[in-house]
Design a protein around this ligand. Structure first.
Ligand SMILES: *Cc1c(COP(=O)(O)O)cnc(C)c1O
Length: 382
């Protein structure tokens, strides 16, 4: 489909059901499919590998990321795991030093013991990425903007290096969503999503996805997807299809509220530091302007002079924001990375990249911005 984003969000992968005309994709709640004779079937054999509701979602995800093939997983981590299965002992991976905590955990606690070598570098610095590459580097894994300090990596510049050296290049596009940024267009081979976040958008589903253009790569990933079996069920696939129908509207509202909240917090006397790529003095501002449609709804703040206890007091004092892990839902969330999402990263490692004890991460939702700002005002003045 050559349609624009909003049209694809509502229609891609979804046609009226051929048997009944149902406009919404049915929830094909079945594990198996009748065969007329062995091997004589309609393309569906067993739902671990293929399910029509999931297939509609995968086609929709592929269209939104301007890719040819989509694969949905039972979580973002299952999607990441599927990519890592392409590696063999001795292979090296160059990745960011400011990653989602769960990505850091699967790299260091699951795959490092199997003999895969991970090099953590500042992916905002293209030279640092280049310097870490050796003849054994098989994968570059980039997250941008990063979680939680919203550092930007130049997707296209890293893509040129990956291509030149023949290294597989994956981008975790969770924070931007396909509405704001399309890594495949900028040279990535694989786009990964925690669908749990903006794509699902309503904090009611855990799911992941991979989107690729290359058919051989798709087939290889599909092999592990089916062989290892971390695939989602039809109910969740339906919920995400429904969530995606408003992705463009939600993202516009997230960006608008993110901007208002960031601007309010920037000069607040209790704020020592604020991370939001929309500010001209944010180190990744130019890269963000180049590769993203807008600056997103994630804002991180450092509370001035606060110790852990005082930071906890602020984090627990909100009435509209909910203290919880995760992000990207319609409701505003506040998170304490050091003890929540990034609790699995050693203190020294996380502090090096700014995940200090008095850092709070806001996932700005789409409530009325005035209410969000009033809530921040009361929580910060306690
Ligand atoms: C949440 C998240 C993941 C992991 O996804 P799950 O759906 O929780 O398994 C990976 N990367 C980023 C950036 C995330 O925010």
């Amino acid at each position: 489909m050559n349609y624009k984003f909003a049209t694809k969000a509502i229609h891609a992968g979804q046609e009226a059901d051929p048997t009944t005309g149902a406009v919404m994709t049915p929830i094909y709640q079945t594990s198996t499919y009748q065969q007329k004779a062995p091997g004589d079937h309609k393309g569906y054999e067993y739902s671990r590998g293929t399910n029509p509701t999931r297939k509609a979602l995968e086609d929709c995800l592929a269209a939104l990321e301007k890719g040819k093939f989509g694969l949905a997983f039972s979580s973002g981590m299952a999607a990441t795991d599927c990519v890592l299965r392409l590696l063999k002992p001795g292979d090296e991976v160059v990745t960011g030093d400011d990653l989602y905590g769960g990505s850091y955990r699967i790299f260091t606690k699951v795959y490092e013991p199997l003999g895969i070598v991970f090099k953590f570098v500042n992916t905002s610095d293209v030279d640092a990425v280049t310097a870490a590459i050796t003849g054994k580097t098989k994968l570059i894994w980039v997250e941008t903007p990063t979680n939680p300090t919203l550092k930007l990596a130049d997707i296209e510049a890293i893509g040129r290096i990956a291509k030149e050296k023949g290294i597989l290049y994956a981008v975790d596009n969770t924070f931007a969503s396909p509405y704001l940024q399309n890594p495949l267009d900028l040279g990535a081979d694989i786009v990964m999503h925690s669908v749990t976040k903006y794509l699902g958008g309503h904090s009611d589903v855990v799911m992941g996805a991979l989107i690729v253009n290359d058919e051989d790569l798709y087939k290889l990933l599909w092999f592990y997807y089916n062989a290892c079996g971390g695939t989602p069920g039809p109910q969740d696939s339906f919920l995400v299809l429904r969530g995606i129908k408003t992705l463009h509207l939600r993202m516009k509202a997230h960006c608008e509220n993110g901007r208002k909240v960031a601007e309010y917090l920037k000069n607040h006397p209790k704020i020592e530091k604020i991370y939001w790529p929309g500010f001209e003095d944010h180190p990744g501002h130019e890269v963000a302007k180049k590769q993203m449609k807008d600056f997103g709804g994630m804002v991180s703040i450092v509370i001035k002079g606060a110790d852990l206890a005082e930071t906890f007091r602020v984090a627990s004092g909100f009435k509209v924001f909910t203290l919880a892990e995760s992000l990207g839902g319609v409701e505003s969330l506040i998170n304490h990375p050091a003890t929540m999402t990034h609790g699995s990263i050693p203190k020294e490692t996380r502090e090096k990249v700014g995940v200090v004890d008095n850092l709070l991460r806001l996932s700005v939702g789409i409530e009325d911005a005035d209410d969000l700002i009033a809530d921040l005002e009361q929580a910060l003045s306690r």
